[in-house]
Ligand binder design. Sequence first.
Ligand code: IMO
Ligand code: MG
Length: 430
Amino acid sequence: MPVIAIIGGQWGDEGKGKVVDMLAEKAKMVIRFSGGDNAGHTVINPYGEFKLHLVPSGVFHPQTICIIGNGVAVNPAVLLEEIEQLQGIGVDTSRLFVSDRAHLIMPYHILLDALEEKQRGGKALGTTLKGVGPAFTDKVARRGIRAADLLDKEVLLARLRLVLEQKNTFLTRVHGAAPLSLEQVYSQYCQYGERLAHFIRETNSMVQETVEKGEMVLLEGAQGTMLDPDFGTYPYVTSSSPMVGGACVGSGLGPSKIDSIFGVFKAYSTRVGGGPMPTELEDETGELIRERAQEYGATTGRPRRCGWFDAVAARFSVQINGFTDIALTRLDILDILSSIKICVGYRLNGENIDYFPSSTAALEKCVPIYEELVGWQTPVDHIRSFEQLPPKAHRYVERLEELLSCPINLISVGSNREQAIIRPQATGLT
Ligand code: IMO
Ligand code: MG
């Protein structure tokens, strides 16, 4: 059985949660490998509807071990709340583990996220304000506090004393904010440590053993490739790598251990927060997609910006991740449209280009070049095989495959688990 990475191909919210929940039925393990509770993974299954922020979307399956990997930034309060909610409806959380190498989101990270956004004024990034950026900053700056530190009160106090002094200097002198009390933060995190003690452990041996045994393992991505700090629309990006490289580093599995890499793409585009989005529709079609698909942030409730499928950005995403397969989600949303556009190139400074510019200023100037396809205007939500798709929907999917040079082997046609088409050639699934 394979190791399959499930990676966001666009700007996040592509339906990674649904794909993981669906595939986890056969999986022994699901590992979240990056991001923090900025992620919002909507899962609809027989237990109900959930917006998971930290717990892997495989938690609903009784045989699946769920790991919050070393690459995730964990807010202990959010994790405890999520665990309680799941337990409250009878979901077994005894197979959930948190890597002791995972970094923690601290109260000053949340304060700094808001203060930094305020300072950016009109150039605000539109972060989720969960403290995720400042937490990853501290990880790289080597002043982070890790899950393991919660298990040793002396170590926690020593670490916190050192870090909080720096943070308080920064909070008070740079931002004119009130300092945080060492005693309060320490006692709060000691309590979290006590409550999370049996979840936190060295998870690497468990991960390696499961892979060695040839069991099916899913690597659950957060955010999307266009939000990657290296390849995304910098500085309008997140702070950990949502790409397959991030999956290796954030789970402790080398590239040779990964058998298939599924890029998850919506059949159109959305983005939440600031930054360029060439195919954004600020008209009634954009509004129609938003309302029909209920495109509102699962984490912040913000309306998502909606637009046509951007095949230039998507091709770039396929290349830099090396996707073996594509999972195309929410195809059913397009059912009602008489015409559907795909962006196949950009017009930049009077020239046609077919690549994704690295400069955000250039991307802001790009005008999409569209190809227009006739819509199928009939429901697809009941369809379970590729051949049964209406010919015009078939054509839309095939055109995307041609443009992206990657097979679309999984198609989601509705929010429920069973509303999907898995093609026989899907890598590692059949
Ligand atoms: P899932 O896992 C969509 C966006 C924020 C903002 C930028 C930086 O549900 O796909 P951050 O809080 O990370 O510092 O914000 O990244 N963002 C997401 N957009 N889906 C997500 O996660 C996102 N996580 C962060 O809106 O533009
Ligand atoms: Mg989401």
